[in-house]
Ligand binder design. Structure first.
Ligand code: ACO
Length: 334
């Protein structure tokens, strides 16, 4: 028997139906399909248009899909963690709203804020509750309604982001599957390269914060790009080298989907061809905390027990990290 690990045993996802294509952006700002595709790899994104619905709606729908697939009683869930930077409200935590909506009445619930690394940080956190023996069923969700904080007059950011949610169930494993290793980092010294200045205790909402557009995401693309290329590639390489994995051992790299060029650099550094990289940025854009679990949902049907996956992300904070997962089940049936 191997040591107690947290295995992903089910996946669920939710994507809103409405799409914003590059052609739509050509009518909104001074941009074009060619620039967006070559600089980012994005063709379209999903947008949650209904103004009465927020991140918890998408997260709960993703969770409901997972519960239905596994025919699981929501009362069995012991902990719900939602990674998001677009919570429905500052408080209560979006995870509390999700737990109530899905009927996970025996669970405790809280949010994690780590921008694009949010899912990885939440996965690592949730895994500790399994590995310690405290819990047997932990739901980890990545969800963001980026359209709620994107300035659709700013061409440098608006073309990048989309809305979506996806989740995984963590359960104990003693057969050598699950989260094998992970590494997490943060560095707040460049916080202002990627942030939302207004609305918090530093700049509470006021006529001034609205006038200055501080309730929108702000990103300085170049410094973030440079840090992301290095951070994501370094941390993914560190996990691979520490565990003596080669490109041949890896079934898939599952990178955060912010920019095709960042993903390409990470794959090259790891010695993994692009045929082994999960890519859906073209269809969904950057859904922040949802990108990695959305990839897992899209590729779930073709994953096999024992497949080695390397997850890697970089985001605002800065935050970054990587994880090695040995997949625990075949196809869509756990
Ligand atoms: N259409 C046309 N032109 C544009 C657009 C657009 N949509 N956006 C910017 N440009 C212009 C710029 O104004 C600039 O013009 P100039 O030279 O006349 O000033 C030119 O294109 C080049 O701009 P750059 O910012 O240098 O473009 P770059 O190649 O860096 O691409 C991008 C920008 C895509 C944002 C890139 O920097 C990037 O991907 N950054 C990292 C994103 C990331 O990883 N974020 C972390 C995760 S997100 C999170 O945590 C929430």
């Amino acid at each position: 028997m191997q040591s107690l690990r947290a295995a992903i045993t089910a996946v669920g996802h939710y994507l809103p139906e409405d799409r914003l294509t590059n052609a739509d952006f050509e009518k909104m700002v001074d941009t074009n399909d060619e620039w967006i595709r070559t600089r980012t790899g994005i063709r379209e994104r999903r947008i949650l248009k209904d103004p009465t619905k927020a991140t918890s709606f998408m997260a709960a729908n993703a969770a409901k899909e997972l519960l239905a697939k596994r025919k699981l009683d929501p009362k069995e869930i012991e902990l719900v963690i939602v990674a998001t930077v677009t919570p429905d409200m500052f408080f209560p935590a979006t995870a509390c709203l999700v737990a109530a909506e899905i009927g996970a009445t025996n669970a405790w619930a809280y949010d994690i804020s780590a921008a694009c690394s949010g899912f990885l940080f939440a996965l690592s956190t949730g895994a500790r509750f399994i590995e310690s023996g405290k819990h047997k069923k932990v739901l980890v969700i990545g969800a963001d309604k980026m359209s709620s904080i994107v300035d659709y007059t700013d061409r440098t950011t608006c073309v990048l982001f989309g809305d979506g949610a996806a989740c995984v169930l963590l359960e104990p494993d003693t057969q050598g599957y699950g989260l094998m290793d992970s590494e997490e980092h943060s560095d707040g010294s460049q916080w202002n390269s990627l942030c939302m200045l207004g609305g918090g205790s530093l700049n509470p909402p006021s006529a001034v914060t609205i006038e200055k557009k501080w309730h929108f995401l702000h990103q300085e693309g170049q410094p973030v790009f440079k840090a992301a290329v290095k951070g994501m590639a370094d941390v993914a390489a560190a996990i691979v080298e520490r565990n003596q994995l080669t490109g041949d051992d890896i079934r898939y790299l599952v990178p955060h989907q912010a920019n095709l060029r960042i993903i390409d650099a990470t794959a090259r550094r790891m010695g993994v061809g692009m045929d082994k990289v999960m890519l859906n940025i073209e269809r969904y854009g950057n859904t922040t905390a949802a990108t990695i679990p959305l990839c897992l949902a899209d590729w779930e049907a073709e994953l096999r027990k024992g497949d080695n996956l390397i997850l890697a992300a970089f985001g605002g904070g800065f935050t970054w990290g990587a994880a090695w997962i040995r997949w625990a089940y075949d196809g869509t049936g756990a």
